[in-house]
Design a protein around this ligand. Sequence first.
Ligand SMILES: [Zn+2]
Ligand SMILES: [Zn+2]
Length: 453
Amino acid sequence: MQLFNTLSAEERAELIEQSGKQRLTLSFYAYTHLQDPQEFRNMLFLAWNPLEVLGRIYVATEGINAQLSLPADNFYAFKDHLDTIPFLNGIRLNVAVEHDDMSFLKLTIKVRSKIVADGLDDASFDVTNKGIHLGAKDFNEMLSDPNTIVVDFRNHYESEIGHFRGAITPDVDTFRESLPVIEDQLANHKEDKNLLMYCTGGIRCEKASAFFKHKGFKNVYQLEGGIIEYTRQVKAEGLESKFIGKNFVFDARLGERITDDIVAQCHQCGKPCDNHTNCANEACHLLFIQCDECKETMHNTCSAECLEVVQLPEEEQKALRRGIMKGNMIFKKGKSDSLTYKNSGELTDVALAPAPKVKVKPIARPRIKKVLLGKGQHYFPKAQVGQFLIEEHELNVGDTILISGPSTGEQQLVVDRMMVNGKESMVAIAGDKVTFNLPFRIRLSDKLYKLPN
Ligand SMILES: [Zn+2]
Ligand SMILES: [Zn+2]
């Protein structure tokens, strides 16, 4: 029985490329009680390895946290397997917007003591007894209830550039610190107020909501899927975004703009700005907010000392760095006396400035002229038949079509037979209902295109 990957990363990369299969990148997490995480881990490996799942998955007695990729063709088999596991049945999968086929090169499933290193000693409470999940619409509604207290469970450098209007934003460096701060502040409102919480992707609130319920808070609610999922729903459903500014993310962008409001200031000159940067002095690396002008005059450093250091020859800089603990510099997050305009705790709910309009450069990609024909209406899984409504132009037997959508991806095929309004036919025009065989499921959000033959 093979319980581990045997191929090297290089061999794996080659196989992915050769297969030519489009891959989906997705993530999910769930807290539960697992008796035997090792056995659970082995079961997952045996089920997922044949489905060509690759990724980094942590399993612990408290649950699972997974980031992975898999061939789009295997998505439903994977989903079916998840549904056989009671605590993962019907779980929301976060599918990445941009798919990188090489995002993972191995299937690594590790047993850990925790699924997130949150530093909590939480054997004392039940992590599965969590707050009620709210979608964007319900979250907005509860925000406007005067009996609601909304708390941001992210850190000061995250909430500073964007947050929900009216939120309590604890001035903390870590999630662990925020819990006692909030518990103290809200000690008199355990029963009379709705405690509404949010974080980036929802996982911190899973834990925090269970913690506050354990502490005696009666009405605990959490934003399902965090700001990321909220933003998606706000866009999809045309709701008002009550989150203003940017959502801090830990990738090269350091923040994703949600609304055109700048709610933070350059830490050096105070002008409205919400662009994080790391101090250019390698021995400092402080995370802070710096405007373009200060970036230029300060050579991207946080202080006069660091400015001096970066102008020294590289050898001298290295000598200065000797003996400085590396961990120390990486965890410094924007708290420094040299930053005059650092705001935390009390943050503004009013935009300080509008975000500058960014000119979107057209992405260079090979141009395929596709013609929109209509949209997906239904999928009959037993018969493996998809139904589409033609809204414009016409579809002919023999046409090459493209079916495209967020879950479906991009699927291309040739129509060799079709039924039009229930009868076999060679051509379908606007207003017609068309059905034909499809080896994959389609969605209501899928669009049907014709490609040039
Ligand atoms: Zn500045
Ligand atoms: Zn610095």
